[in-house]
Design a protein around this ligand. Structure first.
Ligand code: GRF
Length: 258
């Protein structure tokens, strides 16, 4: 089998004049672990981030996040479907689980209100959508502005919505991938944190392409969460600000004439 080389594209550096302290020393650092004395401001920045993961199904991205050894506290995994396979996986990892069943709510607004109430009971710093198959209301999205992220199995803004791998094959794109982004009220849209690209191969089926992209999702999502937890990315005026240096990875060209 041919090995294909993915390329991860990370955000640009912080603009000039960005505060030098924008990378908190705290998360997972020796200072944080030793309980070294800090002023109130840096303590606020250095606290371990609490994360909630929302799922609807198998939860393979959730599992990758749970197993990535991130410097975060995973407060709970919440599903809108009681039968979601990912709930069992979360429980096996000793993570609290909860279900807010959308079928028990008369309207989208009522469901989102119940979901927000459950999420807020855990007081999270970050809400991670990992295969959460619900369209969220504007009110819900705005409530978590700057702390709600999603992963989408395509290189946005190409192919929002469902069946991204089929669409990529139909369009004949040579490069496909995944995107981690802050969520806005528009579905599969929002300031992009990172993307990983993979080649589309001549004999690809939607399943083969999906598997190649999913492998990258499992790397890209935990990495983005790590950056958030370490205070290295944030949403500012609708743009992602970060101190992650632009990757010096080689370009991905596809097809590649050897
Ligand atoms: C992933 O492809 C993700 O990008 C998309 O839904 C799928 C969920 O898969 N939003 P899993 O539940 O994480 O395995």
């Amino acid at each position: 089998m041919k090995t294909v080389m993915p390329v991860t594209l990370s955000p640009n550096s912080l603009p000039e004049g960005a505060p030098a302290g924008s990378v908190p020393a705290g998360i997972g650092s020796k200072a944080a672990q030793s309980g070294e004395k800090k002023d109130a401001g840096s303590l606020r920045e250095a606290h371990i981030k609490r994360i909630i993961i929302l799922i609807s199904g198998r939860g393979s991205n959730m599992q990758a996040i749970l197993e990535a050894g991130l410097p975060v506290e995973i407060a709970a995994v919440i599903s809108n479907k009681p039968e979601a396979k990912g709930l069992e996986v979360a429980a096996q990892h000793g993570i609290a689980t909860a279900v807010v069943d959308h079928r028990q709510h008369a309207s989208r607004e009522q469901f989102d209100a119940a979901l927000a109430e459950k999420i807020d009971s855990f007081q999270p710093d970050l809400v991670v959508l990992a295969g959460f198959m619900r369209i969220l209301t504007e009110g819900f999205v705005n409530r978590y502005q700057g702390r709600l992220i999603n992963i989408h199995p395509a290189l946005l803004p190409a192919f929002p919505g469902l069946d991204t791998h089929e669409k990529a094959l139909q369009e004949g794109v040579r490069i496909h991938g995944c995107t981690v982004h802050f969520v806005t009220p528009t579905v599969d849209h929002g300031p992009i944190i990172s993307q990983a690209a993979v080649p589309v191969l001549p004999d690809d089926t939607p399943d083969a392409l999906a598997a190649r992209v999913l492998e990258q999702e499992h790397l890209t999502y935990p990495e983005a969460i790590r950056w958030f937890a370490e205070g290295r990315i944030r949403l500012e005026h609708g743009r992602v600000k970060s101190d992650i240096l632009q990757a010096s990875a080689p370009a991905l060209r596809s097809p590649w004439a050897a």
